[in-house]
Design a binder for this molecule. Structure first.
Ligand SMILES: Cc1cc2nc3c(=O)[nH]c(=O)nc-3n(C[C@H](O)[C@H](O)[C@H](O)COP(=O)(O)OP(=O)(O)OC[C@H]3O[C@@H](n4cnc5c(N)ncnc54)[C@H](O)[C@@H]3O)c2cc1C
Length: 324
């Protein structure tokens, strides 16, 4: 007969051992019926080719029934996508029930040129602008155009002089890379809101507590406007890590570990992306956040699934027949 050594039960019962001796965690609370269904917005970029145009429109059609508060279309560096941004926004106005917001930047244009773009949007029925400074071409430092709007704050004030646009601006939970300090950056956000913006949308982040601490700092600075977290579901880790380094978003080590050995399996990467983003938004929702902005990258599936987890369901479209 084998003797049972004193250490054997421990080796076989590591879960029980850990339960008795290790830290204990409880899960996030489930979404309760009392929680408001969150308000969503979705961001798209203007497509360059017919194939990408078709992909964008599949994405728009899939997300439209979720009745987002608005959908926004980005503007390329130095106005490089001006015509495509305008065409995409105009088609959204013409062919959907969605409320569009056009992104507009200060880079590479004088005030008159930027004002003309804004007036064209107003004339096309666009009432919401996401007002941004924009970036210099890669490798160059940002220099304001000599006759241009220097910073987003100036652009917000200029837009308000043109028409009564609804204006959203950018916010940086991890501080904008060009900012003199984190406090200066929060003050800059406050100035943009004081100039007439009514909402901030954040740069994407991966650690939810970074957003929650940022809300604390914004409140301490006297900001009362909504600060909407920008959510980017990441399925291409290598690309996201490279882009994040440029825009000042930190990538937690655990994320790299999660995406190890997934290079040949895009389906697995998308499942991981959904789970990471789901955990992130559930933490925010449990802490009272009820507005989310999704960087869709013109693909609907991840944003749609995460919206579903947040409690958002398809809504009957205006004008659609109601069941008898
Ligand atoms: C939600 C969102 C959407 C975006 N969409 C686009 C897009 O469509 N197209 C695009 O090209 N880019 C886009 N960007 C990127 C954005 O253009 C860059 O992050 C840009 O570097 C800063 O833009 P901003 O509007 O935040 O700038 P600002 O608010 O003007 O701030 C830029 C920097 O300047 C500092 N600053 C502000 N005022 C002064 C001053 N008077 N003196 C000195 N420093 C000052 C700020 O602290 C900050 O560091 C987006 C970013 C976000 C978060």
């Amino acid at each position: 007969m084998n003797q049972i050594s004193a250490s054997a039960p421990q080796a076989e019962n590591t879960t029980l051992e850990r339960w008795l001796t290790g830290p204990r965690y409880e899960g996030l609370p489930p979404r309760s019926a009392q929680m408001a269904v969150p308000a969503l917005s979705f961001e798209f970029f203007p497509p360059k080719t017919d194939a990408l145009e078709a992909q964008l429109w599949n994405c728009i059609r899939k997300l439209e029934p979720l009745a987002p508060r608005f959908v926004s279309v980005t503007y390329g560096a130095g106005g490089s996508t001006q015509a495509r941004t305008h065409a995409t926004v105009a088609r959204i106005v013409r062919e959907t029930s969605l409320v569009p917001a056009a992104h507009l930047t200060c880079v590479g244009a004088n005030r008159g040129e930027v004002d003309d773009v804004a007036r064209e949007y107003w004339d096309a029925g666009v009432r919401h602008i996401v007002a941004l400074r924009g970036d210099a071409p890669a490798g160059e430092d940002y220099q304001p155009h000599p006759q241009g709007y220097a910073y987003a704050e100036d652009l917000v004030a200029g837009l308000k002089r043109i028409a009564d646009f609804e204006i959203s601006v950018a916010a940086y939970p991890e501080t904008h890379p060009n900012a003199v300090s984190a406090d200066h950056d929060v003050d800059n956000l406050k100035r943009k809101l004081d100039a007439g913006a009514t909402r901030a949308i954040t740069q994407y982040f991966f650690d939810g507590t970074i957003f929650l601490r940022f809300i604390d700092r914004a409140l301490a600075a006297g900001i009362t406007a909504p600060i909407v977290p920008g959510i980017m579901p990441v399925s291409n880790y290598a690309q996201a890590a490279k882009f994040s380094a440029m825009c000042g978003t930190s990538v937690p080590e655990w994320m790299g570990t999660l995406f190890e050995d997934t290079g040949e399996d895009p389906e697995l990467r998308r499942m991981i992306a959904a789970i990471v983003a789901a955990e992130q938004v559930r933490l925010l929702q449990a802490n009272g956040v009820d507005e989310f902005h999704f960087y869709t990258l013109n693909r609907a599936d991840l944003s749609f699934a995460i919206a579903h987890l947040l409690g958002v369901r398809k809504q009957v479209q205006a004008g659609a027949a109601t069941p008898a």
